[in-house]
Design a protein around this ligand. Structure first.
Ligand SMILES: Cc1ncc(COP(=O)(O)O)c(C=O)c1O
Length: 371
């Protein structure tokens, strides 16, 4: 019996060990470079990675930080004015912006999302956008790039800054440019499962603005303007270390090929999907295909069916931000019909570049056999 038929052989949602095995020699070389250099923090690998990522994105400034959540927090601290401490975002993106904005002391307000793309749009944010809002955070959810230009056109007349959350979308490219180059400032995560993953936590902020870059550069290191001199309040310790920077530099050149493989896998699932199961498409380079998400009214049945065929699944995300138990009391009675419906109907299938063709065929066959 081949693995394609044997249900005792499972297809994992993700398996980081495969890329680690393939890339082992290069990763060890990168880490050895760091050990031999004697630099552990903010040294040549960090500067090199900031430079490489800036060139990849087509922006003048990239700043390494310790995580994607820190990147969001520092980006918000840099652009949200003190007299408009409200951050507007979507509630279906896993709560990271909510965590970051609340940690920075801002109020969070939610807009609903488009039912087809699952993204915030100029239309969905219009009913809750006003001059109290300091910044809108647009998440390129599941890797699909949002129309940031349209969001900016709605925000700019009101003086609202636009932050891109690119944690799931590094490499996605629209005609206007790469995600991360489209708003006022952008946040990236290099959590190990991301399309560009570190061997631990990591993040970055990207911006075209020298002022925003200076603010984030100070905020990430205690608010120091010069060594041991605090020139800005709100500073934290959030650094991307040399080992992670060296690993990320090594991996960045593979990113576009990995994203193309991800899109091809997602296309195979889309071709196989039965009636009643909609695979969110990732046809072109404007999509980094981070997660393979399907939508169905019969999610529980589909989970059981796929499990019986040895296919692992997960839900991104089951609880919208405004329904999170620890936040409900603060937020009051917010109603977001689309986000709430999606939380009950989305399901993620295995998706990572090292899935074998057999495994992809197996997931597609299992999906196609759901009746
Ligand atoms: C959309 C999104 N934003 C932000 C984050 C936060 O990144 P991190 O886990 O590196 O803090 C993540 C991932 O974890 C994410 O998926």
């Amino acid at each position: 019996m081949s693995a394609v038929q044997d249900p005792s052989v499972t297809v994992p949602l993700n398996d980081l060990s495969r890329a680690l095995r393939t890339e082992r020699a290069e990763l060890v070389d990168a880490m050895t470079r760091v050990v031999d250099s004697g630099w552990l923090v903010h040294g040549p690998e960090h500067a090199g990675f900031e430079h490489d990522l800036a060139a990849f994105l087509g922006v003048p400034h990239v700043l390494g930080v310790a995580s994607g959540t820190d990147a969001l927090e520092l980006a918000l601290r840099a652009v949200v004015p003190a007299d408009r401490p409200v951050v507007l975002t979507a509630a279906n993106c896993g709560g990271y912006t909510t965590t970051a904005a609340r940690r920075a002391g801002f109020e969070v307000r939610y807009a609903d999302v488009d039912p087809v793309t699952h993204l915030l749009t100029a239309e969905t944010l219009a009913p809750v956008l006003d001059a109290q809002v300091g910044a809108v955070v647009v998440t390129h959810l599941y890797g699909r790039s949002a129309d940031v230009a349209a969001v900016r056109a709605a925000c700019e007349p009101l003086g609202v800054r636009v932050v891109e959350d690119c944690a799931q979308a590094l490499g996605a490219t629209r005609p206007e440019g790469r995600v991360g180059s489209l708003g006022d400032v952008a946040a990236f995560s290099f959590y190990p499962t991301k399309n560009l993953g570190a061997l631990g936590d990591g993040g970055a902020v990207a911006t075209r603005s020298a002022d925003v870059a200076q603010a984030v550069g100070e905020l990430r290191q205690y608010g120091w303007r010069g060594k041991y001199t605090i020139g800005r309040t709100g500073g934290v310790n959030s650094r991307l270390d040399e080992v992670q920077a060296a690993v990320l530099r090594t991996r960045l050149p593979r990113l576009d090929a990995g994203n193309a493989r991800r899109r091809a896998i997602l296309a195979a699932y889309a071709d196989a999907a039965p009636a009643g199961v909609r695979v969110l498409p990732a046809a072109g380079a404007d999509h980094a295909a981070h997660l393979a998400v399907v939508e169905t009214d019969r999610r529980d049945d589909l989970v059981v069916h796929l499990q019986a065929h040895g296919v692992r699944t997960d839900v991104h995300y089951p609880v919208p931000d405004h329904r999170q138990p620890a936040l409900v009391a603060d937020l009051g009675d917010v109603h977001l019909p689309v986000s709430e419906r999606l939380a009950a109907s989305v399901l993620s299938l295995p998706l990572f570049p090292e899935l074998t063709d057999d495994e992809v065929a197996r997931v597609a066959a299992a999906l196609g056999g759901f009746a």
